[in-house]
Design a protein around this ligand. Structure first.
Ligand code: IMP
Ligand code: MG
Length: 187
């Protein structure tokens, strides 16, 4: 269901890149794939806040025992660029030692945030540690990352919706759109 009523700030919502049905279809494919790969169960770690919608939909598509936990990080930088300097704002509640862990992330851009997180979580001794990202912007990658599951590869545009924000807004859209202001800024 796509929202039809105008919302404040709607002028900032640009071209729709991935519609709601396409998102749901791909999420259920990922869920089926993950269910096949983790027959014994998995611990999903959602990266707050962007991964919340994706994680909620993804876990509904899993047919295996699954637990969830969350970690919140801040990466210093501007509203549209991360710097790679990462701070943990909220840590996991439980130990991941010996567990099969799947990090659930909204989008991988430079990869710096995830690079830091993977190093940090690996040090806690999980049995396995993989990444599932809804979106991937491969053109922007600055570090090499092993990403086991990717929903969609997208071009180098700043996107909003389905968990992704611009200045904390637009996370509630049930589709992924380009931030319209980007066109003005980069023109
Ligand atoms: P990275 O460290 O450059 O890979 O940045 C990762 C984080 O930056 C993501 O988890 C998002 O929170 C944010 N981010 C990167 N690209 C976008 C975008 O296009 N829209 C919204 N947030 C983004
Ligand atoms: Mg994020």
């Amino acid at each position: 269901m796509t929202r039809t009523e105008p919302q404040p700030g709607e002028g900032q919502i640009g071209e729709v890149l991935i519609g709601s049905e396409e998102l749901q279809r791909r999420v259920s494919e990922l869920g089926a794939e993950i269910s096949r790969d983790y027959e014994d169960g998995v611990l999903l770690i959602g990266i707050l806040k962007g991964a919340v919608l994706f994680l909620a939909d993804l876990m509904r598509c899993l047919r295996i025992p699954c637990e969830i936990d969350f970690i919140a990080v801040s990466s210093y930088g501007s509203a549209t660029d991360s710097s790679g300097v990462v701070r943990i704002l909220k840590d996991l509640e439980s130990s991941i030692e010996g567990r099969d862990v799947l990090i659930v992330e909204d989008i991988i851009d430079s990869g710096l945030t995830l690079h830091y997180l993977i190093r940090n979580l690996r040090a806690r001794g999980p049995r396995s540690l993989e990444v599932c990202a809804l979106l991937d912007k491969p053109e922007r990658r600055r570090v090499d990352l092993p990403i086991r599951y990717v929903g969609f590869e997208i071009p180098d545009r700043f996107v909003i919706g389905y968990g992704l924000d611009y200045g904390q807004r637009f996370r509630n859209l049930d589709y992924v759109a380009v931030l319209a202001e980007e066109d003005d800024e980069r023109a």
